[in-house]
Design a protein around this ligand. Structure first.
Ligand SMILES: *Cc1c(COP(=O)(O)O)cnc(C)c1O
Length: 380
């Protein structure tokens, strides 16, 4: 189906093309100087000590779980209302995902009171996910982590440059993970970044990113080193310089793009807040958010009503999505369910995500909102 208003649109121009061509002309296309440059820009932007460029956020999450020391049988508390990669990363290391409820129908991040109830002697870490770029209650998460000696990993895929107080998301726990997948705020096709202030985590992530080898091939090619040893079981989770060059161009646009998204978000809110059949999650959020997506939740809804609305919008050329089918309902995760997750299930049945990207116009937002009002009038 061809949508007149897609869910997302790439924010690309000649800058990305120019950067890619320069890398191709340089004849060094794998991990090298552009990856290092991207890491430096990223760390500086987040006021983080270290950044490690990787091939995806999934890779970053896996490395984060390994840095946190997760091993066979260790429990990790995480939300079910997230992308499946958050949970998969735990299982790659033999860990057991323990699904936690969200706070409410309007705060879709993990419920800190529930987190504490799920802590057992086997718990080693908490993974939070800053839904749509809106921060979890990180003060409470960090207090629980201190109390029980747990590591905190932030899946900050939705929140580059989002803030919690004056700190950037991804720097509030032990490790932060970001994605550069094509529909994220920063798009390179595939790609990701691990961020940390912990030097030994930084060194471990760098080592495991490239087969546990003591030097990178770029360093060897430059003659800085001719030999290497393999001192840990690593992976090939490297980013390449072609994608890093796209990322460098994208980083320059990030701040203005987020400002634009927040203007658009306010337009949506203004036009939808009087709608009695809708909940607008994080409506009164006070900090800067990357506004990766614009989610809404039906009041007194169910999945049939939600799908009716989505089809209605689709017929008018408006693409929507669902964030997310909850992980605990997937076949390979059902056995991990330990208790009811009613709010999570309600939201995943009744949530839909409206278009959000910097190039959306006010006229398009008004159109989307008027079609949505019309659809809501027609459901019952
Ligand atoms: C996109 C996303 C991921 C996975 O990122 P990849 O770069 O595609 O591996 C993980 N978690 C969340 C919350 C995401 O949105």
């Amino acid at each position: 189906m061809d949508y007149t208003i897609p869910l997302f649109n790439l924010n690309f121009d000649e800058e990305e093309e120019k950067n890619v061509v320069n890398v191709l002309k340089s004849r060094w296309i794998s991990s090298g100087p552009r990856c290092e440059e991207l890491e430096n820009i990223f760390a500086e932007m987040l006021d983080a000590k270290y950044a490690v460029a990787v091939s995806s956020c999934t890779a970053a999450l896996h490395l984060a779980v390994l840095c946190a020391g997760i091993r066979q049988g260790d429990e990790v508390i995480l939300p079910s209302l997230t992308f499946v990669a958050t949970a998969n990363a735990v299982r790659y290391a033999g860990g057991i995902p323990v699904f936690c409820e969200i706070t409410s129908k309007s705060n879709l991040t993990v419920d800190v009171n529930e987190v504490e109830k799920l802590v057992t002697p086997k718990t080693r870490a908490i993974i939070v996910m800053h839904y749509a770029g809106f921060a979890c209650d990180m003060d409470s998460i960090n207090l629980i982590a201190q109390k029980y000696n747990l590591r905190v990993i932030e899946d900050a895929c939705h929140g580059p440059l989002s803030q919690y107080g004056s700190s950037k998301l991804g720097t509030l726990g032990d490790v932060g993970c970001f994605s550069f997948f094509s529909n994220k705020n920063i798009s390179t096709g595939e790609g990701g970044m691990l961020v940390t202030n912990n030097k030994s985590f930084y060194e471990k992530a760098r080592l495991l990113r490239s087969h546990g080898m003591t030097t990178m091939s770029y360093e060897r090619a430059k003659g800085h080193s001719t030999q290497y040893d393999v001192i840990d079981l690593g992976y090939n989770y490297r980013l390449d310089d072609i994608r890093a060059a796209i990322g460098i161009a994208q980083m320059k646009k990030l701040k203005p793009d987020i400002e634009k998204r927040n203007t658009l978000r306010q337009m949506y809110i203004k036009n939808l807040k009087t709608e009695e059949k809708l909940i607008i999650p994080f409506e009164d959020y006070n900090y800067i958010s990357a506004s990766y997506i614009f989610p809404v939740v039906l009041k007194n809804g169910d999945s049939q009503k939600r799908d009716f609305i989505r089809n209605y919008l689709a017929a008018k050329g408006i693409q929507t999505s669902v964030h997310y089918p909850p992980v605990h309902r997937f076949k390979i995760y059902q056995e991990y369910v330990t208790g009811p997750l009613e709010k999570t299930e309600y939201v995943s049945d009744c949530e839909f995500t409206l278009p959000m990207y910097g190039a959306l116009t006010e006229k398009q937002i008004l159109y989307i909102c008027s079609v949505l009002h019309e659809a809501l009038e027609n459901i019952i």
